[in-house]
Design a protein around this ligand. Sequence first.
Ligand code: SAH
Ligand code: SF4
Length: 397
Amino acid sequence: MTTLDIAHENRDAAPVGTAPRAKPSLVGLTRPQLMEALKDFGLPEKHLRMRAGQIWNGIYNRGLTRFDGMTTLSKELRENLGQAFDISRLEIVTEQKSVDGTRKWLLRLPSPIPGVPGPEIETVYIPEEGRGTLCVSSQVGCTLTCTFCHTGTQKLVRNLTAGEIVGQVLIARDALGEWPDGGRNSEDRLITNIVLMGMGEPLYNFDNVRDALEVISDGEGISLSKRRITLSTSGVVPMIEKAGEEIGCMLAISLHAVNDETRNKLVPLNKKYPIRELLDACRNYPGVSNARRITFEYVMLKGVNDGMEDAKELVRLLKGIPAKINLIPFNPWPGSPYECSDWEQIEKFADFVNRAGYASPVRTPRGRDIMAACGQLKSETVKKRASERFREAQTEA
Ligand code: SAH
Ligand code: SF4
């Protein structure tokens, strides 16, 4: 396995990741929130819009991590802002690069308790011909317990703030050298798409996800259109319509099974919101059309959901919904209770679905060697906790 493992010293973060963030961060605030923060800080009303624009430009177009570089502001203002606010990055614990070019960052969030390392999250970049997708996390861990998902074995530690969601994009831009100031213009972007398919259930962190996507899609900043941002949900039905109305990004549904009995086992949330209700919410998703299809994700599990009768039922269920189907070969993780379907079976399944009129690319697993593929993300905090438990058990014995 040729994995590149680079431990980074972050430019601005506290050295060992045990310090709480001392000052409030301006990263991830929407424009109105930023103006509000500047107003509370004491800037005169008539300057608020302009100052917010200058700071916005510094953070999202120039990638600045300190106020020093914001030379459109007076030296005194830069110093005062620097004393009151933070615009530094999250701490990078490790950066790994897969043989296939996939990159994964393990990031540490500020510590809630001084002296104790903060929780960790993962972000993955997947380069492909003509596009580059950044897969971001929305929570540390997940409250849901899908039985095929590694993240699901990790308890929820907390929701990410909007700044921590946006912060993942900023770190990827740093690493890829994507800042327009670095000579790259918007036509040759490296991050062309963002998917909320990392750790966590984005619809259980609705407000922060909404605000973060507002910032990311702002035309005078990172400027990534909401049509290039896909939110993946395991099926939090009551929040789906709200997402369409208030966020308006593309939607992906983790379907994975075509009957409630199987889906109850794979995605236990199905007991609360069964397939019928979920598909009704999809039919009513604001803005859905043939040009804006909903993606249905379907993880291929050997002998569980991969029969031809499942393929037929899938096509029947999705009738009338503008849909794309993404077949995902199951990515195993240590101790996972399933096996990936045989390749032949995946192809047969895909053929059937294709013939029924659905473009259904089989998503080639990317970054498996660095555990960066779908469903393999789980942060070190938990692994460390497990080893701590082991040591404790030994001491007790
Ligand atoms: N919580 C959200 C988003 C994160 S999961 C959701 O469930 O949709 C992103 C995608 O990876 C989901 O479709 C999820 O079902 C899938 N996934 C999880 N574990 C996987 C695994 N081991 N192999 C392949 N895909 C997996
Ligand atoms: Fe959570 Fe999504 Fe994993 Fe289910 S598949 S446990 S919702 S991250």
